[in-house]
Design a protein around this ligand. Structure first.
Ligand code: CMC
Length: 390
């Protein structure tokens, strides 16, 4: 009984008080802990941003060095986890493999599962931050049929991940500093985005006092969908389709506007931004320079630029306030770095991890937290008798 508010998609319902990320969707503003995303993207590092999101303040030089060292120390995974990967079909999507591997961490690390034990939360924080890139790279190696490498802890977070993905045991691998820097910046841009679908999922799972690994695994599964993190893969598939079928950007726009076969302009639109996504602005400006340096697919970039130009001048998009979001240009960069489409959303997951951890920890410490349990508006049959029942 009682009054319930019907709010599908939580358009107007705040499920949390949070001091982590601020978004003004009308103005196109994004800040982590008060710091503008533009400043962080230009001057910070992903590992520093992870510290900022999780602990609330920028670290001192010593704090950062210690944090970085601890993250580097935990990069190896239990040997038995590797066996786990071989059970999946070779063409398994790496997002599904990653979510399963993170879920399996609960079985490997039963000594850091208590969500209300400060020390155990600290340990699981480091375990997750350190091991996610390793697991992500192993999911990739599995899809290639290549051997998995051991992490090399003399390398930075991002460099280590690139080597685990693209290195092979028979050869030395030189990390390209341009690529490492560009990837690090993209990870910063993805690091948190307040109560998005995957983060809300992490909170909802965690609200039952489920452990951090279980909660984050839920978040990875939520991110997998094409309306959320899966959009970066969907954008590239869309651009490729336009290229392969020789459709003009104008004709594709007509299909989108006529809502043919559920065709959407992937990488456009956002629940909160009704203005240019500030992350997309940064990605667009770096896309151009990084693609020039490392060489990218000019034809696909050209299609993307033309689609954007058309959309921003089209009534359909203007009326609905649809602008490019972070995913519109990221795929082109990931591709130029050598990642196949299937890995794009995995890269998003690595980027979003500090946000998931920070939000989960914030929730666990908030005395207002209750188990997440939405209400419903029942529309089914009234009471009726089972045939033969008295
Ligand atoms: N192309 C064409 N039409 C669109 C698009 C699009 N990309 N996005 C929204 N619309 C239309 C939609 O059809 C609806 O029109 P109408 O009023 O005529 O029915 C109107 O705009 C409002 O759309 P909505 O689906 O009610 O808006 P929402 O806030 O529920 O959805 C969204 C937000 C991101 C799911 C949606 O814009 C979308 O599907 N975009 C494409 C997928 C995408 O790029 N997702 C990445 C989001 S950013 C990264 C992340 O956080 O994951």
């Amino acid at each position: 009984g009682g009054h319930v508010t019907y709010d599908p998609g939580f358009m107007n319902t705040a499920n949390a008080k949070s001091s982590i990320t601020y978004i003004d969707g009308d103005e196109g503003i994004l800040r982590y802990r008060g710091y503008p995303i533009e400043d962080l993207a230009q001057h910070s590092s992903f590992i520093e941003v992870a510290y900022l999101l999780i602990f609330g303040e920028l670290p001192s030089e010593d704090q950062l060095a210690e944090f970085d060292q601890t993250v580097r120390k935990h990069t190896m995974v239990h040997e038995d986890i590797k066996v786990f990967f071989s059970g999946f079909p070779r063409d398994a999507h790496p997002m599904a493999v990653l979510a399963s591997a993170v879920s399996a961490l609960s079985t490997f690390y039963p000594d850091s599962l208590d969500p209300h034990d400060e020390r155990e939360v600290e340990v699981s924080t480091f375990r997750l931050l350190s091991k996610l890139p390793t697991l992500a790279a192993y999911a990739y190696k599995k899809s290639l049929g290549e051997p998995m490498l051991y992490p090399q802890n003399s390398l930075s977070y991002t460099e280590n991940f690139l080597r685990l993905c693209f290195g092979v045991p028979a050869e030395d691998y030189e990390v390209d500093p341009e690529i490492a820097k560009a990837l690090d910046q993209l990870l910063i841009l993805h690091a948190d985005h307040e109560q998005n679908c995957s983060t809300s999922t992490v909170r909802l799972v965690g609200s039952s006092d489920a452990n951090m690994f279980a909660s984050v695994s839920g978040g990875i599964n939520a991110l997998y969908g094409p309306k959320h993190g899966g959009a970066n893969e969907a954008v590239l598939n869309m651009l490729r389709r336009i290229q392969a079928e020789g459709i003009s950007p104008e004709d594709y726009m007509e299909k989108v506007k006529n809502k043919e076969e559920g065709v959407r302009l992937m990488g456009f639109g956002h629940r909160v931004y009704k203005n240019y996504d500030p992350r997309a602005r940064i990605v667009k400006s770096t896309a151009d320079s990084i693609l020039k340096k490392i060489g990218g697919d000019d034809e696909l970039l050209d299609i993307a630029l033309r689609l954007e130009e058309k959309a921003l001048a089209d009534d359909y998009f203007v009326e609905r306030k649809l602008y490019p979001n972070v995913d519109f240009y990221t795929g082109l960069i990931y591709k130029a770095m050598g990642f196949p489409e299937k890995m794009f959303t995995v890269l998003f997951a690595i980027g979003r991890l500090p946000g998931w951890i920070a939000q989960w920890r914030e929730m666990m410490q908030d005395s207002d937290t209750k188990i997440g349990r939405p209400r419903q508006v029942y529309t089914g049959a009234p009471e009726r008798r089972y045939p033969g029942a008295k």
